[in-house]
Design a protein around this ligand. Sequence first.
Ligand code: FIX
Ligand code: ZN
Length: 413
Amino acid sequence: MLVNSGNLREALREELAAVKITDIHTHLFAPEFGDLCLWGVDELLTYHYLVAEFFRWTRMGYGEFFSLGKGAQADLTWEELFLNRSPMSEAQRGVLTALNALGLDVGARDLKAYRAFFDGLSREEFIDLVLELSGVECVVMTNDPFDLVERKVWESTTTIDSRFRGALRVDVLLNDFPHACRLMLEQGYEAEESLGPKSIGEVQRFLREWLERISGLYLAASLPAGFRAGDGSVRARLIEECILPVCEEANVPLALMIGAKRQVNPKLRLAGDSVGKGDIAAVEYLCARYPQNKFLVTMLSRENQHELAITARKFPNLLIFGCWWFLNNPSLVEEITRMRMETLGLAFIPQHSDARVVEQLIYKWKHAKEVVGKVLYDKYSDLLAANWTLTREELARDVQALFGGNFWRFIKK
Ligand code: FIX
Ligand code: ZN
């Protein structure tokens, strides 16, 4: 069937509604991880994006807020951000999108009724419902081998829900190596801060065994804006001498998330991180120097986006992904997606959710699809205006590539 300017909008709407999404970076956990798997309206209302926004208005002290239970914290953010003023920010709007899609009466502003709805469901039932509503078929977790609670689950559970996949997160290793050495020693890996040949072997063994244990799809780290590669620092050596050899051997990508400025205001806890402009030279160096390795890269600063897209033109072993965190505002997602598509065609991953609470999948993907759909509409319209022919199958193929296919192709490459 041919798509033309008259039926393009509807065809796109249907394909976007039908596409099965692979969400390549989240902070969600499979149900087997128990309380690590966050869901429910109190979690939704205490998302760290909303906590930061709450403190724009309240006179309450940070300590006082954080000493309260989740429910009491949620009461406060609800009142300040949703009742005392209109919920205009992207994170605020997201709460409404999620509750509305779950069939709750958002107009009634009845937090008690929302709580009652969640109380009536089990975690497993709720996950099924959200995956169905959001169209997500695969959720990639963030798995920290240095986290004791998580480690215990991996050590005691033989199978986890197959819709959830593992990704080995190595922030502690790269950002606090002395601490990582102590934690690795507790697990029987004799790595020392001096990073001599024996330690290199032990760090590699640690990574290899963890990657296998979690069937990790990739290794990942979030890195500061000041991240430099190849400068002989411990972090750079860990990447070049430990991580990249293990990634190459297992044929898994290294995901680099560059530009987080951690704890600019520690009193805000998780909400206290900020953004800094990263150095694209680090990405260029790694992609050029290690052509046998694959890199998934996202950068947090808006100022890095154009040069990152250009860098992806230069290196087939680089796949750029997502509009991360502070960039996940519709206006920025649109600008960045348009620029990426004009620069790279369809060779990128437009979005990941970064969801921390199960039902955030609903809003993050609904909003992302709206924006990506708008950009696709314009781009297909341009093609049709040039007398290009487009079939429905081709349109479905392209949408599938953006929302999952490109990732899996890169993983299998
Ligand atoms: O480092 C990361 O993976 C970040 O996404 C998180 O640490 C951050 O707190 C977040 O939730 C962003 O969406
Ligand atoms: Zn994240």
